[in-house]
Write a protein that binds this ligand. Sequence first.
Ligand code: 1GP
Length: 243
Amino acid sequence: MKASAKGMNAIDIIHLHEWRHVFKLDPDKDIGDSALEQICMSGTDAIMVGGSSGITFENTVDLMSRIRRFELPVVQEVSDLDAVVPGFDAYFIPMVLNTTSTEWLVGQHKRAIEQYGYMMPWELIVPEGYIILNPEATAAKVSEANAQLTAKEAAAYAHIADKLMRLPIIYAEYSGTFGDMETVKQIKAAASDAHVLYGGGIATIEQAQAAAAVADTIVVGNIVYDNLQAGLDTVAAVKGSST
Ligand code: 1GP
Protein backbone atom coordinates (compact mmCIF):
# COMPACT_ATOMS: atom_id res chain seq x y z
CA MET A 1 0.00 0.00 0.00
CA LYS A 2 2.13 2.89 -1.24
CA ALA A 3 0.60 6.26 -0.54
CA SER A 4 2.90 7.99 -2.99
CA ALA A 5 1.45 6.29 -6.08
CA LYS A 6 1.25 8.94 -8.80
CA GLY A 7 -2.12 10.10 -10.05
CA MET A 8 -4.08 8.70 -7.11
CA ASN A 9 -5.28 10.61 -4.13
CA ALA A 10 -5.43 9.32 -0.60
CA ILE A 11 -9.14 8.51 -0.80
CA ASP A 12 -8.54 6.16 -3.74
CA ILE A 13 -5.41 4.65 -2.25
CA ILE A 14 -7.16 3.67 0.95
CA HIS A 15 -10.37 2.63 -0.90
CA LEU A 16 -12.43 4.81 1.42
CA HIS A 17 -15.62 4.30 -0.54
CA GLU A 18 -15.46 0.55 -0.01
CA TRP A 19 -15.08 0.79 3.74
CA ARG A 20 -17.96 -0.69 5.73
CA HIS A 21 -16.12 -1.28 8.99
CA VAL A 22 -13.01 0.15 10.60
CA PHE A 23 -11.42 -0.18 13.99
CA LYS A 24 -10.14 2.98 15.69
CA LEU A 25 -7.18 2.30 17.96
CA ASP A 26 -5.97 4.71 20.60
CA PRO A 27 -2.18 5.10 20.92
CA ASP A 28 -2.67 6.00 24.58
CA LYS A 29 -4.13 2.56 25.36
CA ASP A 30 -2.22 -0.69 25.67
CA ILE A 31 -2.98 -3.51 23.28
CA GLY A 32 -1.14 -6.82 23.20
CA ASP A 33 0.36 -8.37 20.09
CA SER A 34 -2.18 -11.17 19.92
CA ALA A 35 -5.14 -8.80 20.22
CA LEU A 36 -3.65 -6.48 17.62
CA GLU A 37 -3.13 -9.37 15.22
CA GLN A 38 -6.72 -10.51 15.64
CA ILE A 39 -7.96 -6.97 14.99
CA CYS A 40 -5.83 -6.48 11.90
CA MET A 41 -6.68 -9.95 10.51
CA SER A 42 -10.39 -9.67 11.34
CA GLY A 43 -11.50 -8.65 7.86
CA THR A 44 -12.02 -5.03 8.85
CA ASP A 45 -11.39 -2.58 6.02
CA ALA A 46 -8.86 -0.32 7.73
CA ILE A 47 -7.42 0.89 11.00
CA MET A 48 -7.71 4.47 12.17
CA VAL A 49 -5.17 5.59 14.75
CA GLY A 50 -6.19 8.44 17.00
CA GLY A 51 -7.69 9.59 20.25
CA SER A 52 -8.73 12.65 22.17
CA SER A 53 -6.07 12.73 24.90
CA GLY A 54 -2.60 11.47 25.74
CA ILE A 55 -1.54 11.19 22.08
CA THR A 56 2.20 11.60 21.55
CA PHE A 57 4.61 11.09 18.67
CA GLU A 58 6.14 8.15 20.53
CA ASN A 59 2.97 6.20 21.28
CA THR A 60 1.65 6.88 17.76
CA VAL A 61 4.79 5.74 15.96
CA ASP A 62 4.90 2.64 18.15
CA LEU A 63 1.31 1.66 17.34
CA MET A 64 1.67 2.49 13.63
CA SER A 65 4.77 0.37 13.22
CA ARG A 66 3.06 -2.59 14.88
CA ILE A 67 -0.02 -2.26 12.63
CA ARG A 68 2.24 -1.93 9.59
CA ARG A 69 3.11 -5.62 9.85
CA PHE A 70 -0.32 -6.25 8.36
CA GLU A 71 -1.63 -5.44 4.89
CA LEU A 72 -4.64 -3.27 5.55
CA PRO A 73 -4.78 0.54 5.14
CA VAL A 74 -3.86 2.55 8.20
CA VAL A 75 -4.71 6.21 8.62
CA GLN A 76 -3.90 8.71 11.31
CA GLU A 77 -6.65 10.91 12.62
CA VAL A 78 -4.73 13.98 13.67
CA SER A 79 -5.69 15.61 16.95
CA ASP A 80 -2.30 17.00 17.95
CA LEU A 81 0.17 18.39 15.48
CA ASP A 82 3.11 17.30 17.60
CA ALA A 83 2.03 13.69 17.19
CA VAL A 84 1.88 13.57 13.39
CA VAL A 85 3.90 10.55 12.29
CA PRO A 86 5.19 10.01 8.74
CA GLY A 87 4.30 6.71 7.10
CA PHE A 88 0.50 6.52 7.32
CA ASP A 89 -1.50 5.93 4.14
CA ALA A 90 -3.58 9.04 4.79
CA TYR A 91 -4.12 11.74 7.39
CA PHE A 92 -7.67 12.54 8.42
CA ILE A 93 -8.06 16.09 9.70
CA PRO A 94 -11.13 16.75 11.85
CA MET A 95 -12.96 20.04 11.40
CA VAL A 96 -15.58 20.23 14.13
CA LEU A 97 -18.66 21.73 12.51
CA ASN A 98 -20.63 22.17 15.74
CA THR A 99 -17.83 23.66 17.80
CA THR A 100 -18.51 26.99 19.47
CA SER A 101 -14.89 28.01 18.88
CA THR A 102 -13.29 28.63 15.51
CA GLU A 103 -10.17 27.10 17.04
CA TRP A 104 -11.51 23.60 16.29
CA LEU A 105 -12.89 24.45 12.90
CA VAL A 106 -9.93 26.24 11.31
CA GLY A 107 -7.82 27.86 14.08
CA GLN A 108 -5.41 25.06 14.83
CA HIS A 109 -5.33 24.17 11.17
CA LYS A 110 -4.28 27.70 10.26
CA ARG A 111 -1.44 27.67 12.77
CA ALA A 112 -0.29 24.26 11.57
CA ILE A 113 -0.19 25.43 7.97
CA GLU A 114 1.65 28.63 8.90
CA GLN A 115 4.30 26.55 10.59
CA TYR A 116 4.47 23.43 8.46
CA GLY A 117 2.60 24.27 5.23
CA TYR A 118 5.76 23.94 3.14
CA MET A 119 6.10 20.28 4.11
CA MET A 120 2.44 19.23 4.19
CA PRO A 121 1.76 16.10 2.09
CA TRP A 122 -1.46 17.63 0.74
CA GLU A 123 -2.25 14.63 -1.46
CA LEU A 124 -2.50 12.45 1.67
CA ILE A 125 -4.70 14.82 3.65
CA VAL A 126 -8.43 14.14 3.93
CA PRO A 127 -10.61 16.61 5.84
CA GLU A 128 -13.46 15.26 7.96
CA GLY A 129 -16.53 17.28 8.86
CA TYR A 130 -17.09 16.23 12.46
CA ILE A 131 -20.51 16.45 14.02
CA ILE A 132 -20.07 15.64 17.70
CA LEU A 133 -23.30 14.37 19.20
CA ASN A 134 -22.41 13.10 22.68
CA PRO A 135 -21.95 16.04 25.07
CA GLU A 136 -20.16 13.76 27.56
CA ALA A 137 -17.45 12.70 25.09
CA THR A 138 -13.94 14.00 25.69
CA ALA A 139 -13.93 15.19 22.09
CA ALA A 140 -17.03 17.29 22.77
CA LYS A 141 -15.50 18.90 25.83
CA VAL A 142 -12.09 19.50 24.29
CA SER A 143 -13.56 21.02 21.15
CA GLU A 144 -16.24 23.00 23.02
CA ALA A 145 -18.91 21.47 20.82
CA ASN A 146 -22.59 22.23 21.12
CA ALA A 147 -23.45 18.55 21.01
CA GLN A 148 -27.11 18.81 22.05
CA LEU A 149 -28.46 18.77 18.53
CA THR A 150 -31.80 17.77 17.11
CA ALA A 151 -31.74 15.45 14.12
CA LYS A 152 -32.71 18.43 11.96
CA GLU A 153 -29.81 20.50 13.25
CA ALA A 154 -27.38 17.63 12.72
CA ALA A 155 -28.68 17.24 9.18
CA ALA A 156 -28.15 20.95 8.59
CA TYR A 157 -24.51 20.56 9.59
CA ALA A 158 -24.29 17.61 7.22
CA HIS A 159 -25.63 19.80 4.42
CA ILE A 160 -22.97 22.39 5.25
CA ALA A 161 -20.26 19.74 5.08
CA ASP A 162 -21.56 18.17 1.88
CA LYS A 163 -22.94 21.08 -0.09
CA LEU A 164 -21.11 24.18 1.14
CA MET A 165 -17.72 22.91 2.23
CA ARG A 166 -17.72 19.84 -0.03
CA LEU A 167 -15.90 17.77 2.53
CA PRO A 168 -15.29 14.15 1.48
CA ILE A 169 -16.15 12.74 4.92
CA ILE A 170 -18.83 13.46 7.49
CA TYR A 171 -18.15 11.86 10.85
CA ALA A 172 -21.19 11.40 13.10
CA GLU A 173 -19.36 11.10 16.41
CA TYR A 174 -21.06 9.70 19.51
CA SER A 175 -17.79 8.48 21.05
CA GLY A 176 -18.53 6.56 24.26
CA THR A 177 -22.25 6.05 23.77
CA PHE A 178 -24.44 4.41 21.16
CA GLY A 179 -26.19 7.17 19.27
CA ASP A 180 -29.58 8.02 17.88
CA MET A 181 -29.85 6.17 14.58
CA GLU A 182 -32.60 8.46 13.30
CA THR A 183 -30.17 11.38 13.60
CA VAL A 184 -27.48 9.44 11.74
CA LYS A 185 -30.02 8.50 9.09
CA GLN A 186 -30.83 12.16 8.52
CA ILE A 187 -27.13 13.02 8.34
CA LYS A 188 -26.68 10.32 5.71
CA ALA A 189 -29.72 11.57 3.79
CA ALA A 190 -28.17 15.05 3.67
CA ALA A 191 -24.90 13.76 2.29
CA SER A 192 -25.09 13.48 -1.49
CA ASP A 193 -21.36 13.02 -2.00
CA ALA A 194 -19.70 12.88 1.38
CA HIS A 195 -18.89 9.49 2.86
CA VAL A 196 -20.60 9.11 6.23
CA LEU A 197 -18.73 7.55 9.13
CA TYR A 198 -20.58 6.65 12.31
CA GLY A 199 -18.69 6.05 15.56
CA GLY A 200 -19.75 5.63 19.15
CA GLY A 201 -20.58 2.89 21.60
CA ILE A 202 -20.80 -0.04 19.20
CA ALA A 203 -20.46 -3.11 21.41
CA THR A 204 -22.81 -5.70 19.94
CA ILE A 205 -23.65 -7.27 16.60
CA GLU A 206 -27.09 -5.63 16.72
CA GLN A 207 -25.62 -2.16 17.26
CA ALA A 208 -23.11 -2.72 14.48
CA GLN A 209 -25.89 -3.73 12.11
CA ALA A 210 -28.14 -0.84 13.13
CA ALA A 211 -25.36 1.70 12.57
CA ALA A 212 -24.24 0.06 9.32
CA ALA A 213 -27.79 0.31 8.03
CA VAL A 214 -27.69 4.12 8.22
CA ALA A 215 -24.01 5.02 7.71
CA ASP A 216 -21.52 4.15 5.00
CA THR A 217 -18.87 3.01 7.47
CA ILE A 218 -19.00 2.14 11.14
CA VAL A 219 -16.08 2.93 13.43
CA VAL A 220 -15.57 0.53 16.32
CA GLY A 221 -13.37 1.82 19.12
CA ASN A 222 -13.36 1.15 22.83
CA ILE A 223 -15.01 -2.25 22.85
CA VAL A 224 -11.80 -3.90 21.61
CA TYR A 225 -10.12 -2.86 24.86
CA ASP A 226 -13.03 -4.02 27.03
CA ASN A 227 -14.20 -7.15 25.24
CA LEU A 228 -12.05 -8.10 22.25
CA GLN A 229 -14.31 -10.89 21.01
CA ALA A 230 -17.37 -8.63 21.02
CA GLY A 231 -15.38 -6.12 18.99
CA LEU A 232 -14.23 -8.75 16.50
CA ASP A 233 -17.81 -9.99 16.10
CA THR A 234 -18.86 -6.58 14.74
CA VAL A 235 -16.84 -7.19 11.57
CA ALA A 236 -18.81 -10.18 10.33
CA ALA A 237 -22.00 -8.45 11.43
CA VAL A 238 -21.65 -5.73 8.82
CA LYS A 239 -19.42 -6.98 6.05
CA GLY A 240 -21.58 -7.85 3.10
CA SER A 241 -24.55 -5.75 4.20
CA SER A 242 -25.29 -2.54 2.38
CA THR A 243 -26.78 0.85 3.19
C1 1GP B 1 -14.36 7.29 18.70
O1 1GP B 1 -16.11 7.09 17.11
C2 1GP B 1 -15.08 6.40 17.72
O2 1GP B 1 -13.84 8.40 18.04
C3 1GP B 1 -15.52 5.10 18.34
O3 1GP B 1 -16.26 5.31 19.49
O4 1GP B 1 -14.88 4.20 21.26
O5 1GP B 1 -17.34 4.61 21.60
O6 1GP B 1 -16.54 2.87 19.97
P1 1GP B 1 -16.27 4.19 20.65
